[in-house]
Design a protein around this ligand. Structure first.
Ligand code: NDP
Length: 306
């Protein structure tokens, strides 16, 4: 099979999802005379966070969602940030709240996340939403694993009994991903930095999801033939352009694409894989939050579990 046929095109998936969401945001506007509204809070001047926020705001605006950007200095106190969150929680015209992580070291991410109204927690990080997901009754599912799961369900149709291996156990990706795969009857192994014989675990994976953050760490020695591979990693490499003698940034995943592409059945590229779907799922969750805010039934276009 030519290699391009093996690509799981996250950009295409995200465009299709966004297209399906537009009628829902239009209907909301017609009914309530305002757009679904997402507040994005950015603290400090982390370049990557700035890029993510800009992308989220742009895509929201193109898809019938109003976005409010709140930019705070890296020196803002924890209490002042909390006060911003309280104001957003109380504002009836704000449906979703996203605090871009990471936060500066003097602010407890846990404290901030725990104080977001769970009904506006479109990132799905609040303990109530996290707990509901693990109990098989999700409210808001964290956007990155949600996008991965949606693509996997579409690519594989039936996940029953598949061996799924996740590399990484963060609250943002690894743990919610495990819950989602369990809900589809996969046998799930979650690995991390203390896992022994990582390659042996990965070699058994029908479905391999990598969320490590180490550039191109996973090569052909980790991959089972015909595995479906989802590369969540986004790693920025600074390279030297020898012609112009200037530094350029290259985005790579955790997976060494060239080395594994001949072995896998399907694989997400970086960029153009998980990233665009993460943003589309954020839009989905924002519109869902808006309908819930107005106590309206949200017809779930992605299927019951979302
Ligand atoms: P974290 O740093 O929170 O978690 C990384 C995980 O990888 C940890 O569980 C860690 O183990 C594990 N790990 C580290 N080194 C190894 C190793 N050598 N072998 C096995 N496991 C290891 O990262 P995130 O989950 O937040 O993000 C992971 C990656 O995904 C990053 O590149 C990030 O940029 C990307 N990302 C992409 C998104 C997207 O939209 N595409 C969204 C979110 C993240 P331990 O727990 O033991 O420390």
């Amino acid at each position: 099979m030519e290699n391009y046929k093996k690509i799981i095109d996250g950009k295409k998936y995200s465009e299709e999802l966004l297209k399906q969401l537009i009628p829902l945001s239009s209907k909301f506007f017609k009914n309530f005379n305002r757009k679904p509204c997402l507040a994005v809070v950015l603290v400090g001047d982390n370049t990557a966070s700035g890029i993510y926020v800009k992308n989220k705001v742009n895509i929201a605006e193109k898809n019938g969602i109003e976005s409010i950007k709140i930019i705070l200095s890296s020196e803002v106190s924890e209490q002042d940030l909390l006060n911003e969150i309280f104001k957003l929680n109380e504002n009836q015209d704000i449906d979703g709240i996203l605090v871009q992580l990471p936060l500066p070291k003097h602010i407890s991410e846990k404290k901030i996340i725990h104080n977001i109204d769970p009904m506006k927690d479109v990132d799905g990080f609040h303990p109530i939403n996290f707990g509901k997901l693990f109990m098989g009754d999700p409210n808001f599912i964290p956007c990155t694993p949600m996008g991965c799961f949606y693509m996997l369900k579409n690519e594989l149709k039936d996940l029953n009994g598949k061996n799924a291996v996740i590399i990484g156990r963060s609250n943002i990706v690894g743990k919610p991903m495990a819950s989602l795969l369990l809900s589809s009857n996969c046998s799930v192994t979650v690995t991390h930095s203390k896992t022994k014989n990582l390659q042996e675990h990965c070699k058994k994976a029908d479905v391999l999801i990598s969320a490590v953050g180490i550039p191109e760490m996973i090569d052909e020695t980790y991959i089972k033939k015909d595995a479906i591979v989802i590369d969540v990693g986004i790693n920025r490499l600074q390279l030297l352009n020898s012609k112009t003698n200037t530094s350029i940034t290259k985005l790579v995943g955790d997976i060494n694409f060239e080395k594994v592409v001949n072995i896998v059945k399907k694989i997400t590229p970086v960029p153009g894989g998980v990233g665009p779907m993460t943003i589309a799922c954020l839009m989905h969750n924002t519109i869902k939050a808006a309908y819930k805010n107005k106590k309206q039934n949200f017809v779930n276009i992605l299927g019951d579990y979302f």
